[in-house]
Design a protein around this ligand. Structure first.
Ligand code: HGY
Ligand code: MN
Ligand code: MN
Ligand code: MN
Length: 421
């Protein structure tokens, strides 16, 4: 709605209501926090239900909804000059297994709120505006994050993406086909004129420093590996140390070494996480035959993350020597660092300033679809602070109605200036 100063503003209540309604899809009671979390792993029935709810709202807003071959959604509001490349706003609706209501959803529903506001005010734009919902952004079901946007941007091919499988051996292709999500739009897609994504920071910086808006400069590099350890099951009581080939010992040595690597400072601002740690046969009186761990490396510098990957490989060979356990490493994701367009950062910064919102430049610690889009068009992101140190990938994830409205108001005015009136 327009305020007394004539400044166009979104209806923060409508945005908040849609975030709450969407948060009910895939809701579950989380044991760790006692809170209601969200679980909509990519291409599960819950993910599709979340998409359907959002698509219904997009159709109500008069958008023409299309899918590309990877099930990425492109919902279009026509412009006065339809042949001009669109401005795309978007994010993702799939979630991790222990999610809150904001990660991804704020960018999709924020983009929808921009469209609804333009509709309410009868404002037309020169360029078309499209709303994007990217498939499998989180990567935690099929092992590669930003999968849909990486295919749309041409970094990963459609056949390679379709072939990825989850822990049960079900492939991306089977799931896309099962849900009827393979659309007519070819991939890689035609480059938009610009891409903007509003997202919660998912970290402690903006909140602790009292900033309302983060002007995102880019996304750090990501490298994921799945390590499998092949030892030998043996009796826990009778097997002397020199005869053991313990997969648990080998996986634990590697896990601790990653922490040593981070603390050594030899790999810049390295972050290393072992999210999955599984052993088998997983019984009290058997030396573990098998182990599987996932390694998530992050670093703002590409050569530092490659150096960390090489050190991890070297150390695995040392552990294999020492324990007699063979170790296989598969790299399942490797996203180079992305830098956002200076003109987009300037636009976000200027817009936030004009709206009276204090802001600072910030690099994203988390991966985002915007990181993929940056390869094919001028791209920017608008961050909003979260509470509780910006915790995310946890049902405690929370941002306030005011902070969400701040981010989407910046998105609205940036989109308007990019799409032209
Ligand atoms: O892993 C990430 O950084 C993102 O949430 N997919
Ligand atoms: Mn996200
Ligand atoms: Mn996430
Ligand atoms: Mn026995």
């Amino acid at each position: 709605q327009a305020t007394s100063s004539g400044t166009l503003k979104i209806d923060g209540g409508r945005l908040w209501d849609s975030l709450e309604a969407l948060g009910k899809i895939g809701a579950y009671l989380d044991e760790e926090t006692g809170l209601v979390g969200v679980r909509r792993l990519a291409l599960t029935d819950q993910d599709v239900a979340g998409r359907e709810l959002a698509l219904g709202w997009m159709r109500e807003a008069g958008l023409a909804v299309r899918l590309d071959r990877m099930g990425n959604v492109r919902a279009r509001r026509e412009g006065a000059q339809p042949d001009l490349a669109p401005i795309v706003l978007g994010s993702h609706l799939d979630s991790v297994a222990t999610a809150g209501r904001f990660d991804g959803c704020l960018g999709v529903l924020g983009g929808l709120e921009v469209i609804r506001t333009l509709n309410d005010e009868g404002i037309g734009t020169r360029r078309p505006i499209e709303l994007a919902v990217w498939t499998e952004e989180e990567g935690c079901r099929f092992g590669t994050d930003m999968l849909g946007s990486a295919v749309a941007a041409g970094r990963i091919t459609e056949p390679d993406a379709r072939a990825l499988t989850d822990a049960a051996g079900i492939s991306v292709g089977e799931e896309l086909d099962r849900h009827g999500l393979v659309g007519p739009v070819a991939v890689p897609v035609d480059p938009p004129a610009g891409y903007l994504e509003c997202h919660i920071e998912q970290g402690p910086i903006l909140g602790s420093e009292g900033y309302r808006i983060g002007v995102v400069t880019g996304v750090q590099a990501i490298l994921w590996q799945r390590l499998t350890f092949h030892g030998r099951a043996a009796h826990a009581g009778t097997t002397p140390d020199e005869l053991r080939r313990s997969a648990t010992l080998a996986a634990s040595l590697v896990t601790v070494h990653l922490d040593d690597m981070v603390k050594s400072g030899r790999f810049g601002e390295l972050r290393a996480s072992v999210g999955r740690f599984e052993t088998s046969p997983n019984l009290v009186n058997i030396v573990a035959a098998e182990a599987l761990i996932t390694v998530d490396l992050r670093n703002p510098e590409e050569e530092a993350i490659l150096a960390a990957r090489d050190e991890l490989g070297r150390y695995c060979r040392e552990v294999s020597e020492r324990t007699g356990v063979t170790i296989e490493a598969v790299t399942t994701a490797h996203t180079p660092p992305a830098n956002f367009a200076p003109e987009m950062m300037d636009l976000v910064e200027q817009t936030a300033g004009e709206l009276g919102m204090n802001n600072r430049r910030i690099m994203s610690g988390a991966g985002h679809d915007a990181g993929e889009m940056a390869a094919i068009c001028p791209t920017g992101m608008v961050f909003v602070p979260g509470l509780y140190d910006g915790i995310s990938h946890n049902p405690r994830e929370y941002s306030t109605p005011e902070a969400c409205a701040d981010g989407v108001n910046v998105l609205l005015h940036c989109a308007l200036s990019l799409a032209g009136r």
